[in-house]
Structure formats: structure tokens, C-alpha cells
Write a protein that binds this ligand. Structure first.
Ligand code: 5GP
Length: 186
């Protein structure tokens, strides 16, 4: 990263754990918090907006950007690429923002290697059963995708100790307060 004004926070947790909801509430509490906008090759879900939820790009465009060194990190997750573009991230950090990288574990481990002292938070469900129920109730994925995301969730939860903080999303407001306290502790 080519500046040090803002703060980067690595933020992971399995699909359906509610990490996006926590982050939304956190941004209402703290206007300095923002989230990095990722590129993905996944097709948009219903209601997802280009440039708001993701930049939806083709595999060719993604691979081209990898070759140009345009990503801080990237990973393949359930057959699609996801990556954090460097340019916009540097702009937000230059403005002194607290930038959350809401990314899956493989990409997060790449960032930890590059920035060993980065603050990192892993959001856990109260139980695997609750996670499965939330993912199914969300109704945005077909059965095959749900199964593959649950498999991935098991794998990712096994990496939770690599993060500096684990937050259990049982009660939403408690989880938001915990994340708020973590980022304001120094
Ligand atoms: P979803 O398809 O549910 O939006 O995202 C799938 C997973 O990819 C989530 O764990 C999400 O946090 C992660 N993800 C989103 N953007 C990025 C990114 O830029 N890089 C990486 N490595 N993972 C990302």
C-alpha cells in the first residue's frame, strides 16, 4: 500500500453469516468506515447493482487485470474470481478512511502475508446449523450453490484462528458493538 493515512481492516466470515449486515450497521454508526468495492466474475444476484455491490466483469477482463498487477489480492471462490482493485483502495486510504476488505479466507491470507500487522476480524455463526438455515432462508442461491458454499464455510471456519479477532454473530447489535470496539481500540 502506498500510503498510511487510513486504516485497513480484513473482514471475513462464511457466506450467510451476516457480515454484510453488521458492516451496514457499522457504517451508519461511523461515517469514516467504508468498504472496498471488489471485482467479480460472478453474475449479479437479483437486486445487486453494478458499482455498488461489485464491479461485475468478465473472466477475460479479470485475468487481464491480474496480469497488470491491478489487485491487492484475488481468489477463486465457488468457480468465480473475486479481487480487490488496488487503485480505488489507495484512494480511500489516502482520504483517511477505515477501509473494510470484506473478502474470503484465501484472499485474506494473501493480504496477511503482505501486511503482517493488519487488523483482521472473522465473523462466526452461533452454530453451523444456524448458518445453514440463514443461507437457505436467504433464497438467493440454488441447491448446488448452497451445498458448495456450506462446504466452503466449514473449510473457512477452520481458519478462524488466523485472524486477530473472532466475533460471533448471534445478536446483531452485540456483534456490531464488538466490531466497533475492535476498530476504535487504539
Ligand atoms: P458472494 O458471492 O456471496 O458475494 O461472495 C463470496 C465470497 O467472496 C464472500 O466470502 C465475500 O466476502 C468474498 N469476496 C468478495 N469480494 C472479494 C474480493 O475482492 N476478494 C476475495 N478474495 N474475496 C471476496
Amino acid at each position: 500500500m502506498n500510503n498510511s493515512k487510513g486504516k485497513l481492516v480484513l473482514y471475513s466470515g462464511s457466506s450467510g453469516v451476516g457480515k454484510g449486515t453488521i458492516l451496514k450497521k457499522l457504517m451508519e454508526l461511523d461515517s469514516n468506515v467504508c468498504v472496498s468495492l471488489s471485482d467479480t466474475t460472478r453474475p449479479p444476484r437479483e437486486g445487486e447493482i453494478e458499482g455498488v455491490h461489485y464491479c461485475f466483469i468478465t473472466r477475460d477482463a479479470f485475468e487481464q487485470k491480474i496480469a497488470e498487477g491491478g489487485y491487492l489480492e484475488y481468489a477463486e471462490y465457488c468457480d468465480n474470481y473475486y479481487g480487490t482493485p488496488l487503485r480505488q483502495l489507495n484512494e480511500m486510504l489516502a482520504q483517511g478512511k477505515t477501509v473494510f476488505l470484506e473478502i474470503e479466507v484465501e484472499g485474506a491470507l494473501q493480504v496477511m502475508k503482505k501486511i503482517p500487522d493488519i487488523l483482521s476480524i472473522f465473523v462466526l455463526p452461533p452454530s453451523f446449523e444456524v448458518l445453514e438455515k440463514r443461507l437457505r432462508n436467504r433464497g438467493t442461491e440454488d441447491e448446488e450453490t448452497i451445498e458448495s458454499r456450506l462446504e466452503k464455510a466449514k473449510e473457512e471456519i477452520g481458519c478462524r484462528s488466523r485472524y486477530s479477532y473472532n466475533v460471533i454473530n448471534d445478536d446483531l447489535n452485540t456483534a456490531v458493538k464488538e466490531v466497533y470496539d475492535i476498530i476504535h481500540q487504539d
